[in-house]
Design a protein around this ligand. Structure first.
Ligand code: ZN
Length: 261
């Protein structure tokens, strides 16, 4: 993500509207499609690339003209990022035998067999996660995904309350409740009332990475934002955040379980 303050918004005549647009840039061959999102509390323009798509995040009083100037200024950066996004071979989950199922930072082999009852079995000696499907199952992939979710939720309930307690002792910060919810793009969150929500898919990551996410959420008990003070507090308890971010980013496509097509 890049971000830059451009001009005094308040003198602008035509404020930008959210939506989909095109822009011709000299360093990008075809007209480039991009989406504008307007955020009421945002003060700076930012460009993000999500799965090869360009998203401009704009403050409410910014103009379309400024958005275009900004895209022009950042076109070399954009070209590089789009090239990387286009060439990066991303893993495609198909719920087939032999695919990796990450658990505590290590890949297990997915094995799907037909039996009389639908269930999952973790076989640590064989580094395998076996999914049994009853012969009557109609949509195989949906059932496999459901069982994988059950597996992660079961492991999350088994490990994460203890890990949360350890992190609370380490930081002297405490939560009021712990709940689990599957998200696509977030690992956890913390509410004003102290309730912490963790994504059970976190069980895919190494323990140090899980701890990092929990500490991050606990630090929100003191600062409900990502201010400098928040990151200072976070750094007091956790010096592996960079590695954690990299692991979670690098493995996202292999960890996230998309709805089968
Ligand atoms: Zn946060």
């Amino acid at each position: 993500m890049i971000s830059e303050l451009l001009a005094p918004w308040r003198t602008a005549k035509h404020t930008v509207k959210p939506g989909a647009f095109f822009i011709s840039l000299t360093s990008v061959e075809a007209p480039l499609p991009y989406t504008v999102k307007v955020h009421q509390r945002r003060k700076r323009l930012a460009i993000e690339i999500h799965q090869g798509e360009v998203v401009v995040k704009a403050p409410p009083l910014c103009t379309q003209e400024l958005v275009e100037t900004f895209l022009n200024q950042q076109q070399h950066w954009l070209k590089d990022r789009l090239t990387i996004a286009a060439t990066k071979p991303s893993f495609i989950r198909e719920y087939k035998n032999g695919e990796p199922i990450w658990f505590m930072g290590k890949p297990l082999e997915l094995k799907v067999v037909k039996t009389h009852q639908t269930s999952w079995h973790y076989l640590p000696d064989q580094n395998t996660l076996m999914i049994s499907l009853s012969g009557r199952v109609k949509n195989r992939d949906i059932q496999v995904r459901q069982q994988l979710h059950q597996f992660y939720l079961n492991k999350a309930k088994q490990y994460l309350p203890t890990l949360l307690k350890l992190c609370e002792e380490k930081t002297s910060l405490s939560s009021t409740a712990l709940e689990f919810k599957f998200y696509q793009w977030r690992w956890g969150c913390c509410y004003n009332n102290g309730k912490i929500i963790l994504n059970p898919l976190l069980m895919a990551a190494p323990e140090s990475a899980i701890e990092c996410v929990i500490i991050h959420e606990l630090c929100h008990r003191k600062h409900m934002n990502h201010s400098k003070q928040f990151w200072q507090l976070n750094a007091e308890f956790c010096d592996e955040c960079g590695q954690t971010k990299n692991w979670l980013k690098a493995h996202h496509d292999e960890v996230y379980l998309p709805t089968p097509k």
